[in-house]
Structures are given as structure tokens and as C-alpha cells.
Design a protein around this ligand. Structure first.
Ligand code: C5P
Length: 218
């Protein structure tokens, strides 16, 4: 079938990325990781020596960089002015600064415009982030809000990044608080989103449930 947009929102470590990529592959759809876009702008901000809390300079960097993002679920990539940044955008420096950068309204306006253009050109796509169901695609065909306990989210992240679990829990809690309390497009569940708690659900179970909701048998 034709156009179909699945919006997947939730806090970090809720399983968004893994679930979204797997679902996109199963649906033979495209996959857009909007967090990677905010991380790429943050990388450019740090690279330019700009203070992530300086909103004017941060907006200037966001306006001047050229972002390229790959939407094939089998090989996602991000480039800033032609430079691949897939490794560095997952590092601790970018992770520490990304919530400040993504709280800047001008940055969000630029990202949302690029995201909508990509989504329109894709036809069928799974999009993950914080504001997809609420702001980017309010008329998505399916909206999913993934959650999990802080302990479980910290456990997953520290396994992924080989970091200390309690430090990771502290960082997750800090980032979630910033992302949910900012004035511009905060993280929240859309009223019509399906909420799934993944604390005790495996990836396969989550993907299967979503396919059932979309009416695509597993
Ligand atoms: O999903 P990920 O953890 O990579 O996102 C990194 C950060 O980017 C989030 O903590 C949030 O500050 C920001 N973000 C956002 N809106 C989105 C996606 C990510 O503000 N749609």
C-alpha cells in the first residue's frame, strides 16, 4: 500500500531505535532517526567552539550546516558538510550537550522542516524522536509512545556503551527532565498514541504488536 507514516516517540533507552529500525525493515519502509539530526547539529556546534547554551550562535551554526541523513533502515548515516559523523554523535560530549541545542526553537524549526520534506518524499516511513506524533507528523497513521523503567533503560544503555549503570541512570534522568520540561516541543505522549511499556517486553514482541496494529501479519 501507499503512504504510511509510523511515529515512534519516547525517552532515551525506551527501545525506540531498535524497534523503529526493525519495524521499518519488516514493512520495507524507510527509517528516519531524528535524534541523529539533533546530535549532528550539536556536533557541529561543539566543532565550531560555540557554547551549546548560546542560543543565537547555536541557531547560526544550525542554519549554516548542510545535513545529509540516510533513511535506509539497513544502513543509516549522517553527514555534516559532507563529513560522516556517525561515530562522534554517539560520544559523551555530544550526548551531554544535545538537550541544550535541541531546546533552541530556531534549531527545531529547521530540523522539523527538513524532517517533513524527507517524510513526504519517502512514501512509507518509520520516524523516531521526541515530538514526531505531537509536532512533526500529527496525522501519522500510527503513533507509538515507548516507555520503560529508568533502571531498565539505564541497563540497556550501559550495555550498549559499556558505561557505568548508575552514572548512565543519572544522565538519562537529567536528559529526560530537560527534554520534557523545555518550552519548545517538549517530549510528551500524543493523546492518540499507543503507549507500550517495554520494561518486560522483548524487541520481537514489540515489533509484532506494532505490525498487528498496522494490520500487517507477522
Ligand atoms: O534519540 P536520541 O537519544 O539520539 O536523541 C538525542 C536528543 O535529541 C534527545 O535527548 C533530545 O534532546 C533531542 N531530540 C529532540 N527531538 C527529537 C529527537 C531528539 O529534541 N525529535
Amino acid at each position: 500500500n501507499g503512504v504510511c507514516v509510523v511515529a515512534v516517540d519516547g525517552p532515551s533507552g525506551s527501545g525506540k531505535s531498535t524497534v523503529s529500525r526493525r519495524l521499518a525493515a519488516a514493512l520495507e519502509a524507510r527509517y528516519l532517526d531524528t535524534g541523529a539530526m539533533y546530535r549532528a547539529v550539536t556536533w557541529a556546534v561543539l566543532e565550531a567552539g560555540v557554547d551549546p547554551h548560546d542560543r543565537i550562535e547555536v541557531a547560526r551554526v544550525a542554519e549554516s550546516v548542510r545535513l545529509e541523513i540516510g533513511i535506509d533502515p539497513d544502513r543509516p548515516f549522517v553527514r555534516v558538510n559532507g563529513v560522516p559523523v556517525d561515530g562522534p554523535i554517539r560520544g559523551p560530549e555530544v550526548t551531554r550537550a544535545v538537550s541544550a541545542v535541541s531546546a533552541v526553537p530556531d534549531v527545531r524549526a529547521l530540523m522539523v522542516a527538513q524532517q517533513r520534506a524527507l517524510i513526504l518524499s519517502a512514501g512509507r516511513i518509520v520516524v523516531e524522536g521526541r515530538d514526531i506524533g505531537t509536532v512533526v507528523v500529527p496525522d501519522a497513521d500510527l503513533k507509538v509512545y515507548l516507555t520503560a523503567s529508568v533502571d531498565e533503560r539505564a541497563r540497556r544503555r550501559s550495555l550498549e556503551h559499556a558505561t557505568d549503570q548508575s552514572a548512565t541512570a543519572a544522565d538519562l534522568t537529567r536528559r529526560d527532565k530537560l527534554d520534557s520540561s523545555r518550552a519548545a516541543d517538549p517530549l510528551r505522549r500524543a493523546d492518540d498514541a499507543v503507549e507500550l511499556d517495554t520494561t518486560r517486553l522483548g524487541i520481537d514482541e514489540v515489533v509484532t504488536r506494532l505490525r498487528e496494529m498496522l494490520g500487517v501479519a507477522a
